[in-house]
Design a protein around this ligand. Structure first.
Ligand SMILES: [Zn+2]
Length: 370
């Protein structure tokens, strides 16, 4: 049962897509250690200093390109392309000095580009697909999404209507695809009777949505990405995709808890600007989890029964982890050792939270069992 089915909040007409379409400043995250930088240049510099290797490297918008093909959907400017440890390049069979590479790539609108970077003693090959989506087409896809979302019913038919409405916007077809992967995933996750997918298929759909939407720096794409990363318990990633949004705050709250710090007071306050967008995209379980995540553990005590109820309802494994964290937190703040032990012990085998689980079990020693 998702928001679209239940009409969980009163839906208000949006005043226009412009309101929530303000782009967020990009962050540049190192793929090797996770450290974040303000600019692509800072990241590139860090890349060479902190993780030195001799192989030629290719960066696009600060992201290091690996061996998996990458799709570029936004026009490249020459300064978006960076290289390291190489002197010459081969682009689709054409040799050139490496300082011609950026301008060459920036001039391509639609093509699959094979790049070989030649360094001293080592070459590296990359494949990038350039499919530049025009702003008009991306907006067309967003408008089509909103026309369907206004009906507040998510089923296979609604997704088909969205695809129909978005079909004229050809250069943004991958954008529409990514959103559809997510919506089909939500249907499977909510065991919608209209979905032909089995329940477990939602994970693959979510992962594909993330891959396809990653290249679109649009608030709608980032919000879906944030929700998927949040679902998979990738809290820092979710927070960086959706800073300021509810799901980003909720992700931050989990990340803060797991780091052993206490929640800042402002954690529950949203800027409110694009809450509606997020309500439209959020499934019911995630909606509840976001709401609980941002509450102070002492206030959460009165929600304990509801949280336990969700846990008994056999939610997704990833969500069980979040529920155990919340319940152990309630145990911590109310000095209820039994509650802490019951839930923290469930987390000891999951690598990302086991350290936190051990530390709260340690903290609860000596309280006496009540
Ligand atoms: Zn690093």
């Amino acid at each position: 049962m998702g928001f679209w089915h239940t009409g969980y909040i009163e839906f208000h007409e949006t005043t226009g897509i412009e309101d929530w379409c303000r782009p967020v400043p990009p962050t540049h995250r190192c793929m090797h250690c996770g450290e974040e930088f303000d600019t692509a240049d800072d990241l590139r510099q860090h890349r060479f200093q902190a993780h030195p290797i001799k192989r030629p490297l290719l960066f696009i918008r600060g992201m290091e390109i690996g061996s998996t093909p990458v799709t570029i959907t936004r026009s490249l400017a020459p300064q978006d392309v960076g290289t390291g440890a190489c002197t010459s390049a081969i682009v689709n069979g054409v040799h050139m000095p490496v300082d011609h590479l950026a301008a060459t790539l920036a001039s391509i609108e639609q093509d699959t580009v094979r790049i070989v970077l030649e360094g001293e003693g080592a070459n590296a090959s990359f494949e990038i697909r350039i499919e530049i989506a025009s702003d008009d087409d991306m907006e067309g896809v967003e408008q089509a999404f909103f026309r369907v979302a206004h009906h507040r019913r998510l089923d296979v038919r609604a997704i088909e209507q969205f695809i129909d409405g978005a079909s004229p916007y050809k250069t943004a077809a991958a954008y529409c695809d990514g959103i559809c992967e997510y919506l089909y995933g939500v249907l499977a996750k909510e065991r919608s009777p209209t979905s032909s997918l089995r329940y477990e298929a939602y994970r693959e759909k979510f992962t594909r949505a993330l891959d396809k939407l990653r290249t679109f720096d649009r608030p709608l794409a980032n919000r879906v990405g944030g929700l998927v990363e949040f679902h998979f318990n990738h809290f820092p990633e979710a927070a960086s995709l959706s800073p300021g949004a509810r799901v980003g705050r909720a992700a931050n709250a989990f990340a803060t808890r797991l780091s052993g710090s206490s929640l800042p007071e402002s954690v529950g306050q949203f800027d409110g600007s694009d809450e509606q967008l997020e309500y439209l995209l959020t499934d019911w379980d995630t909606e509840q989890l976001i709401r609980w995540a941002v509450r102070d553990p002492s206030e959460l005590l009165c929600e304990q029964a509801e949280i336990e109820k969700m846990l008994r309802s056999d939610p997704a494994e990833y969500d069980q982890t979040k529920l155990h964290i919340l319940l152990a937190e309630i145990g911590l703040s109310s000095k209820n050792r039994v509650l802490v032990l019951t839930h923290a012990r469930e987390l000891r085998n999951s690598p990302s939270v086991s350290r936190w689980a051990d530390s709260v079990i340690e903290t609860s020693k000596g309280w006496g069992e009540h």
